[in-house]
Design a protein. Structure first.
Length: 391
């Protein structure tokens, strides 16, 4: 097991690992996976590419089969972003992309609501197997009668051949009653995007808070081809070629050899090290206007500095929001960090947050951040940085 965990560490920490911690050393991990390496490439690089490609294909099949748990949803965006071009190049890419988004604001009180929805759907051409031959269209509806009793959740469902159900976007309560439902009868239909979803109380005060933010996974072509055995011509460092990579139902990765497997590790694990010097405060804190839902909080480290993290203080808590287990609030914000404002990676800390929490980036080469507060939350963000290390 010690050898396998060391092998997993090599995979995870290699500067060439597109799904590992080496984002800062690889400017274009998508191309690293998509483009074949030259024949004289480093054997370790060949092994890293081969097993990352395999992890991508395994992830797509897990996703297509609906195998992922809620924990797996935290892993999905990184898989999709890095694996997408490679999977597209072999015809196994997602037909509709995944994204984090709040389902809608309000709708959690036991009062009557009306609602409206708008969504874009896609249906394949039934007369051709080409996955790129499809019809795409947008539907919208508003329902004022009859109103529906809350609390409500937003159902976003793709069609499913095994159940015979079509695609749907609708509000639904605990009794299964729907509000402002959009439905496409084809069980091959997919939801491309939810463009808007809102509810309005008919009577009573809507002060019960909001639903947690949700991740809407992508969809993949049906009947993805089976994956053969791994390429034994690219054995791992110190291995005998009997290795494989697996992706657990929660999205974690393991390196296996001859039936034994390493401890699980997340894609993109490693990165920022909480034991490293967090540096000093960099500039003044940045705050949002809680009444402006479009107000992201953004910033970058000073010239010559590396962003080691951000400290988030809660300055306003929406009415009806109470801390959960451990004193943490749920779904306070989204947090991104990366080498620049146009190269940001989503981190998951904002899903559970306490005031004063220090958020550490997923890599060692971050310089900028963006924090998107959920509606009516007030936040103050203080950046920390240290001098960039010299080579």
């Amino acid at each position: 097991m010690g050898f396998l965990n060391g092998l997993a560490q090599t995979f995870r920490d290699s500067a060439l690992s597109a799904l590992g911690a080496g984002f800062e050393a690889l400017a274009d991990p998508q191309s690293f996976l998509k483009d074949d390496l030259p024949a004289n490439a480093n054997p370790v690089a060949k092994w890293i590419q081969s097993r990352n490609r395999r992890a991508c294909r395994l992830h797509a099949r897990n996703e297509a089969a609906g195998a992922y748990s809620d924990l797996g949803a935290l892993r999905r965006p990184r898989f999709e972003r890095v694996c997408g071009p490679y999977l597209d190049s072999i015809g196994e890419g997602a037909t509709a992309g995944g994204s984090y988004r709040p389902p809608f604001t309000g709708g959690q009180c036991s009062i009557l609501y009306t609602g409206s929805t708008s969504a874009t759907f896609r249906t394949p051409n039934p007369f051709t197997p080409d996955p790129n031959d499809f019809n795409q269209f947008t539907l919208s509806t508003t329902q004022t009668s009859p109103p529906v009793l809350g609390p409500l959740s937003l159902r976003v469902r793709n069609g499913n051949p095994s159940t015979g159900l079509g695609a749907q976007v609708a509000f639904v309560n605990s009794n299964g009653t729907t509000l402002a439902s959009l439905f496409v009868a084809s069980f091959n239909a997919t939801v491309v995007s939810v463009n808007s979803a809102s509810v309005s109380p008919v009577s009573g005060l809507d002060n019960c808070g909001n639903l947690p933010n949700e991740y809407y996974p992508p969809t993949y072509p049906p009947n993805l081809p089976s994956i053969g055995p791994p390429d034994t011509s690219t054995p791992p460092p110190g291995g005998d070629g009997g290795d494989d990579v697996t992706v657990d139902p929660d999205g974690n990765i393991r390196i296996c050899e001859n039936g034994d497997c390493s401890d699980p590790f997340p894609p993109g694990g490693g990165g920022g090290d909480p034991s490293e010097d967090p540096g000093e405060e960099d500039g003044d804190p940045n705050e949002n206007n809680p009444n402006d839902p479009s107000g992201d909080i953004t910033g970058c480290a000073s010239e010559g500095q590396i962003l080691t993290g951000i400290k988030i203080e809660i300055t306003q808590i929406p009415v009806g929001e109470n801390p959960g287990s451990g004193g943490f609030y749920r779904n306070v914000c989204w947090v991104w960090m990366g080498p620049s404002q146009d190269q940001l990676d989503l981190v998951t800390d904002g899903r559970f947050l306490e005031s004063g929490q220090f958020v550490i980036p997923d890599s060692n080469n971050c310089r900028c951040y963006r924090v998107r507060p959920s509606p009516l939350w007030g936040l103050s963000v203080q950046a920390y940085s240290r001098p960039e290390k010299e080579d």
